[in-house]
Design a protein around this ligand. Structure first.
Ligand SMILES: [Zn+2]
Length: 277
């Protein structure tokens, strides 16, 4: 009897859409159904981009994925993990066989290094991404009062070692360990080094969705992940790009290995701990 019952069960589990929607998200503040998110925003976050790569790239550029020229700056005597050659918004066409942009920054660190919550917030996404280059992923939602920024922000951390044990809906505090880093995700010709891919989204709307496969903020935009750490802004990519060169060097708040933060009242910190040297 069991054998006959298991067939319809498997069929149900393999159905797309609602069968795989994030059931734990339903009660969370701001959650809305995926149908309420525009197709542009889904293309911005990377859904179905193989269908029309040029279209997706144009949407991503309009929504903030442009080279701004920012660079992170840390105080003398402090050693923080740095972004390598894989900087914000660089062209990835050569890596993707077709139009593509790098929608984040990469910060290499050895396998297993703790990834820190860059601000206090709530876990709104955890994804295995079995067939994606992103690898294992976690997404946090931050209220304006949690970041000191005048909009809702979302931070995305990918290439994680394993699916974090923190449940969807859990609240995390700035500087908490939320994951460990590795190099997960479908690879191209080369083996990916162990590195965090870090990205930031923002929106004036408090609403977001988790389709079970994708996170998306309603009417959201990408933010240059370096300008996310700026005390004063601007945060909109075109405005950041037009800043004088000197203003593009952004002083980054950070946390040391012992948990102390600089400045002590920082509401946003670098995603890896720094060391005193
Ligand atoms: Zn990356």
């Amino acid at each position: 009897m069991r054998r006959f019952l298991s067939f319809p069960l498997l069929l149900t589990l393999s159905l797309p859409s609602f069968a795989v929607e994030c059931s734990k998200c339903l009660d969370l503040e701001g959650f809305i159904s995926p149908e309420k998110i525009s197709e542009d925003v889904f293309k911005m976050v990377g859904k179905n981009n193989n269908e029309n790569k040029n279209d997706a790239v144009e949407i991503q550029k309009r929504r903030g994925v442009i080279i701004t020229g920012t660079s992170p700056s840390f105080p003398l005597g402090i050693k923080c993990p740095l972004i390598d050659s894989e900087k914000w918004a660089i062209d990835y066409s050569h890596k993707r066989r077709g139009a593509a942009l790098h929608k984040g920054i990469d910060i290499p660190q050895p396998k297993g290094t703790p990834v820190l919550a860059t601000a206090s917030g709530t876990v709104v996404g955890k994804f295995i991404n079995a067939n994606s280059r992103k690898g294992i992923e976690i997404v946090l939602r931050h209220m304006p009062e949690q970041t000191g920024l005048p909009f809702f922000t979302y931070t995305q951390y990918t290439h994680l070692l394993e699916l974090p044990s923190i449940p969807i809906g859990a609240k995390v505090r700035i500087g908490d360990e939320i994951a460990k880093i590795w190099n997960t995700g479908v690879m191209g010709r080369r083996i990916r080094r162990s590195a965090l891919h870090f990205a930031v989204f923002y929106s004036e709307s408090p609403n977001w969705t988790n389709s079970g496969r994708f996170f998306a903020p309603q009417n959201g935009y990408f933010m240059d992940p370096v300008s996310f750490f700026s005390e004063t802004g601007p945060y909109e990519s075109k405005e950041v790009k037009s800043l004088p060169r000197r203003a593009k060097s952004i002083t980054i708040p950070y946390q040391l290995n012992d948990g102390t933060r600089y400045p002590s009242n920082a509401k946003r910190i670098w995603p890896f701990a720094c060391k005193q040297i």
